[in-house]
Design a protein around this ligand. Structure first.
Ligand SMILES: *Cc1c(COP(=O)(O)O)cnc(C)c1O
Length: 376
């Protein structure tokens, strides 16, 4: 089956009890045993497994061309569990990208994950830097995020994966910005793709949920499943149901997100009050050629730097009427955000940068709104 068809059918079937076409929500926390003590279905207790979670995991595994998917109560719960699932024999050392989701930065600086691991931050767009870091000391895990947040940097997934695997390290790609519609990291040999399903896959800014999808069976996958069961940061059946509902329209939504973002990136690129636009679809973006090889299109996220400093950028965000000033991304509505003021004093994000999640509004309405907001 092709992607669009899998998005609608994988993991789903007609409900055998009622012939319901959409999947029922199973809030039951527990499932009955047979007289001989066995379980007639695969379900025992909802923290271990639940029909809605099973359906979502099957669907995501299929979309990423993976082996299995393990789903959590948020993207960060998936990320934390995946790091903790690194097998004991692997070196406690991680290579992380310079430009990456701020929540991971907080995880490293505010919890003992940061102190339990030796962490080296590198420019993932520089293969020599990655090679040097991996050779510097035995490494357990190499973390990629592409396109990255908030600078939309592009990492060569296949090349970094080769470098990491030659050194015996596991590899992860945070595929939240691209979604499996545009980029399937496991097909390049990556061990795990992770998603904040809260974003494009949920797609409507109404559910928090996350997942890690494995390319193959491994000790790390077994650990991850054990973390899900035992630590218990599991999504509710309704959350799983909402995410699976989002999956059904993911492919056509991404097409529109990409078309709108391309047009807005072109518009901003020409605007006299814009210093620079970060969008991998632009021919002059430093990662454009790699993005063109590993992505089917360039996504709905972009950021741009307003001429001037923090005040000028905040002024633009203050003046928008249609775009919404809020964090997060991947919903139907466009969001604009001044990242540096959110990320705190140690951030490397430029003070004049605004990040935009381009929604599904008519592109001319978005353009007109940004045009009036950029007038000085
Ligand atoms: C939002 C986000 C996360 C974290 O996901 P939550 O669902 O908010 O916990 C991780 N990575 C990226 C790239 C994100 O955008």
């Amino acid at each position: 089956m092709r992607f669009e068809t899998k998005a609608i059918h994988a993991g789903r079937s007609i409900d055998s009890a009622t012939s319901s076409v959409t999947m029922p929500i199973y809030p039951s926390t527990t499932f009955e045993r047979a007289e001989d003590g066995s379980y007639p279905n695969e379900f025992e207790y909802s923290r271990d497994n639940n029909p809605n979670r099973r359906a979502l995991e099957d669907s995501l595994t299929s979309l990423e061309d993976g082996y299995d998917s393990v789903t959590f109560a948020s993207g960060m719960a998936a990320i934390t569990s995946l790091i903790e699932a690194l097998p004991a024999e692997q070196p406690r050392r991680m290579i992380m990208p310079q430009d990456m989701y701020n929540g991971i930065r907080s995880l490293l600086s505010k919890t003992d994950i940061g102190s339990n691991f030796d962490i080296e931050i590198v420019d993932m767009t520089d293969l020599h830097a990655v090679e040097k870091a991996v050779k510097n000391k035995p490494t357990g895990l190499v973390w990629m995020e592409t396109p990255s947040n908030p600078l939309l940097q592009v990492t060569d997934i296949e090349a970094v994966t080769k470098i990491a695997q030659q050194a015996g390290a596991y590899t992860v790609v945070d595929n939240t910005f691209a979604t499996p519609v545009l980029q399937r990291p496991l097909t390049f040999g990556v061990d795990f793709a992770i998603h904040s399903l809260t974003k494009y896959i949920g797609g409507h800014s109404d559910v928090m949920i996350g997942t890690a999808i494995a390319r193959s069976d491994s000790p790390m996958l077994a650990n991850l499943r054990a973390w899900q069961h035992s630590k218990g940061a599991v999504p509710s059946p309704f959350d799983c149901w909402l995410a699976l509902r989002g999956v059904q329209t993911l492919a056509p939504r991404m097409k529109d997100h990409c078309a709108n973002a391309t047009a807005i990136a072109d518009f901003l690129n020409e605007h006299p009050n814009v210093e620079v636009v970060h969008y991998p679809g632009l021919a002059d973006h430093p990662g454009h050629h790699i993005a063109a090889q590993q992505m089917d299109s360039y996504g709905g996220m972009l950021s741009f730097q307003v001429k001037g400093g923090q005040r000028e950028a905040m002024d633009v965000a203050a003046k928008v009427r249609l775009l919404i000033r809020a964090t997060s991304l991947g919903g139907t509505h466009s969001l604009i955000e001044h990242r540096a003021s959110l990320e705190g004093s140690e951030t490397k994000t430029p003070a004049n940068l605004l990040r935009v999640s381009i929604g599904l509004e008519h592109v001319d309405d978005l353009k007109e709104d940004l045009m009036q907001a950029l007038e000085q």
